[in-house]
Design a binder for this molecule. Structure first.
Ligand code: CA
Ligand code: CA
Ligand code: CA
Length: 449
């Protein structure tokens, strides 16, 4: 290996003495260079030259790098303001989450929502696939109790076709894991991930709690590492929902949910569910605008909400292979789901199985939150999602500590007391006073006797 040494001073005599060939680098500054003979130590030569009375100083000819930035080539990335704010790909290595991990196809995020447009070109490569199931043949090939559940399942019509006919699930899927650097559209937070679709919301964003529970059970049965639940309601406290989330908690499956868009409601005072349940595996997310302030539509809760994430003017995938902007705590929760997927991938790449270690992932996400005065009283962490910081808190070399597997990963679905559910119509809410912002967030409303 050849190295070069730049030195300064009256050194021609020295050169002759040392039998080295010097070259002029800068006549003005009196800098010259030499090539260290092959096989010689750079350090030894630096030491010899720096001690020589005819040489003012000698130093290594350091290699420089062009300041080019290998940005992903997705043409709409510049419109994704949140991706720039989250610490994914900007700055020095330690400031970039993607330096640590760009996700893994060993990690599965089940999006319990209106389905996913699995044919969307920015989503197709990251769709979860049940490889033991043959799609569209009318047969339950893997004998898991669900016919043709190839990308997930649709509990609205008990079919394997979980295609989105609303927009909501597809938009969230793109935030979590749209393909990146594919010269197309947008990037997801976790460019490599498995997106499992479970559909319980219909074409207007309405769905019954019982079907949401069936989705949660399905996600456990099929081994999803976490679920994203961007829906709920202020009157939706339900014993069935509590029991189902408890089963996910017992399995160590992360349950990410949105605080709701009731225009600044305190969910400690006026709880919305499932956001306000206190299970240890729940991460409840509030939304911020581009300026880092709590978004006007976002609920909050010093006890019941955990962390903020971008939720306003969010560009992501929508139906018909398109892209569109939507606002809401739903979107904020999807950013946290993407971050959790990256964190799980980072653990996995360190040799630690945390696929059912909700506590470790939740701790990393919350400990990494960037605290700001504006968010101090809005959630337990008092801060906004910082993906790079969260990943930096995962030790480089962690002891292999196998987390207990999912007790629900085989066998039949557990039965829930769905007969106790009395569900009514669900409707997205929006504030007519702010037509520019339409936080579509499906609400569960239970019709009580
Ligand atoms: Ca099946
Ligand atoms: Ca089949
Ligand atoms: Ca893309």
């Amino acid at each position: 290996m050849s190295c070069r040494t730049v030195f300064h001073g009256d050194c021609w005599a020295t050169a002759a003495l040392l039998k080295l060939q010097f070259e002029i680098v800068s006549v003005q500054a009196g800098i010259e260079s030499l090539e260290v003979p092959e096989g010689d130590s750079l350090e030894s030569w630096l030491s010899i030259l720096n001690e020589h009375p005819g040489i003012e100083f000698a130093e290594e000819d350091r290699l420089m790098h062009a300041f080019d930035w290998n940005a992903p080539d997705d043409p709409d990335l510049p419109l994704q303001w949140a991706m720039y704010q989250l610490g994914l790909f900007l700055g020095q290595d330690d400031d970039r989450a993607w330096h640590r991990s760009t996700g893994s196809h060993a990690i599965t995020v089940c999006i319990i929502d209106s389905g996913i447009d699995y044919d969307h070109p920015d989503l197709a490569s990251n769709m979860w696939i049940n490889h033991h199931e043959i799609p569209d043949n009318g047969i339950d090939d893997d004998h898991n109790g669900f016919i043709d559940d190839y990308y997930g399942f649709n509990f609205l019509n008990d079919s394997g076709d979980c295609i989105d006919n609303y927009f909501h699930g597809t938009h969230l899927a793109g935030i979590v894991g749209a393909a990146c650097n594919n010269s197309l559209g947008v990037c997801g937070v976790s460019p490599n991930v498995n997106l499992m679709a479970c559909k319980f919301l219909d074409a207007e964003g309405n769905g019954f709690t019982s079907n949401a529970l069936r989705c949660l059970d399905y996600s456990l049965l099929m081994g999803a590492d976490m679920t994203l639940n961007s829906w709920g309601g202020v009157d939706a406290d339900s014993l069935s929902l509590r029991l189902a989330i408890h089963s996910a908690e017992a399995a160590g499956q992360l349950y990410i949910t949105a605080a709701g868009n009731d225009w600044g409601a305190d969910i400690d005072e006026h709880p919305t569910y499932p956001a306000a349940y206190n299970n240890s595996n729940i991460l409840t997310v509030i939304a911020t605008a581009e300026n880092g302030q709590l978004a006007a539509y976002s609920n909050y809760g010093q006890t019941n909400a955990h962390i903020a994430a971008p939720g306003s003017h969010i560009l992501s995938t929508v139906l018909d292979k398109g892209y569109g902007y939507h606002d809401g705590t739903s979107q904020a929760a999807a950013y946290v789901a993407g971050a959790a997927a990256l964190a799980m991938a980072a653990y996995e790449q360190a040799g630690v199985n945390v696929s059912f270690g909700a506590a470790a992932i939740k701790a990393a996400i919350l400990s990494g939150a960037a605290r700001t005065p504006a968010l101090a009283d809005t959630c337990t962490s008092g801060g906004i999602l910082d993906v790079a910081k969260a990943l930096s808190l995962i030790p480089e070399h962690v002891l292999v500590n196998e987390v207990a597997g999912c007790p629900h990963c085989s066998g039949q679905l557990a039965s829930y007391p769905t007969s106790r559910l009395e569900t009514g119509a669900l409707a997205p809410t929006s504030n007519p006073s702010d037509a520019a912002s339409d936080p579509a967030w499906p609400q569960i409303k239970l019709a009580r006797p």
